[in-house]
Design a protein around this ligand. Sequence first.
Ligand code: 5GP
Length: 231
Amino acid sequence: MGIKTKQYGSLIIISGTTCAGKGTIINKLLENNDEMTLSISYTSRPMRKGEKNGVDYYFVTREEFERKIQNGDFLEYAKVRYGEYFGTPKAEVEEILQTGKDVLLEIDVQGAEQIKKMFPETILIFIMAPSMEEVKRRIKARGLETNEQIIDRFKTAYNEINEVSKYNYIVVNDEVNKAVEKVKAILLSEKCRVDRIEEIAVENQEEIIHEFLMDKEFDNEIKTISERMEQ
Ligand code: 5GP
């Protein structure tokens, strides 16, 4: 006998300020987790040193990206930074959701808004660095970009913080393991929400009721208890 619940895969969006440590948190969430898949986005931005096509992103030309827009291949897309396109592939996400697995999207605020409109039940989590001072320190430590690009990142970070109210949860990443635990706790409680359960079925209901009625020992116990109460 058991209570059987049937669930469908959830769409989970993780956004965050620049250098908030989203990537590290996501990698830890995916470790030994067959129930969740990270969707790989398409982008027109150039590949950085150390990045791999099909792992970090699918890197395509601007023309190719625009052709895919025309084809309706994206669930959402946006021009995120320096006018470069980023987009979530529709077919892949739908395919994963159909298997009952969760799909994690690491996308920006514009993309999150578009997805939320289409799928209001999406879980939206915003990861924040503990302070802008810390963001400054982390950007400098990465040393990947020009001053102009750093300033652009900074401005975007400030703008994104103003959009936080569009999300369901905020997690401040002051200590990465704690932040991961918080995200896991959010996802676990989301799984228990009644409106996420498609079907609740008690197995062998009739059999159990029949057993209950036929159980003489149980009857005797009830009798003894009520007799005691009457005394
Ligand atoms: P980068 O990879 O250049 O450091 O940062 C990319 C930015 O684009 C991040 O803010 C990331 O969340 C966002 N991004 C990545 N993929 C997508 C996507 O498919 N759609 C949207 N809207 N944003 C994305």
